[in-house]
Design a protein around this ligand. Structure first.
Ligand code: SIN
Length: 189
């Protein structure tokens, strides 16, 4: 699969018939909401784990030297907390462009963290079949990779550090992200 997913997302998941759509963010979408939204609420999804296994050619790296950013991998019994946004369907023009480097969106249920109940909404996930996939590495190696990477949206380290901060704000204990953060801070002194 090509790593540019704009057309695939438009064709596979047309949204124009909907009045509003919930979007679940688990990476930069938690701390960088550069789009209009109607409301936002912390939420979590089941059966997925956050991993820095996706390459970034367009935001935190370049095609020659991709950075490492978050995606979700399926893990039974796991859960992943993040931030959900209610948006109008036209906002996906911007979101599909922002998430074009290998991410496909699909509907999945989310559970609210600030009260009972759940909703169905979209999540962007980049899987192993996309051309920008980097795959598994240990947290020390991921931290070294992040420390040396930079792209049009800024330093890869900023992505990781802002995400770790945002996860603490919603009381999400993510051992993978926090282990990379510890190693990165050690490398940066
Ligand atoms: C997300 O935040 O939900 C997707 C990955 C990213 O843009 O960092």
């Amino acid at each position: 699969m090509s790593h540019n997913t704009i057309e695939l997302n438009r064709q596979q998941q047309p949204l124009d018939h909907l009045e509003s759509v919930w979007l679940f963010g688990y990476g930069s979408l938690i701390y960088k909401a550069d789009f209009p939204y109607l409301q936002r609420r912390p939420a979590r999804i089941h059966g997925w784990q956050r991993r820095f296994w996706q390459g970034s050619h367009d935001h935190r790296g370049t095609p020659q030297a991709p950075g490492r950013v978050a995606t979700l991998v399926p893990v039974e019994d796991a859960h992943c907390a993040g931030m959900a946004y209610e948006v109008t369907p036209d906002v996906f023009e911007h979101l599909d462009h922002r998430e074009k480097n290998g991410y496909l969106r699909f509907f999945t249920p989310f559970e609210w963290l600030d009260g009972g109940g759940s909703v169905e909404g979209l999540v962007y996930v980049a899987n192993a079949s996309n051309a920008a996939w980097l795959g598994e590495a240990d947290e020390q190696e991921i931290a070294r990779h992040i420390a040396r990477s930079e792209g049009p949206s800024g330093k890869n380290s900023e992505y990781l550090l802002r995400l770790a901060e945002a996860l603490r704000e919603i009381d999400e204990q993510d051992d993978h992200v926090f282990a990379i953060e510890r190693e990165l801070r050690r490398l940066m002194v």
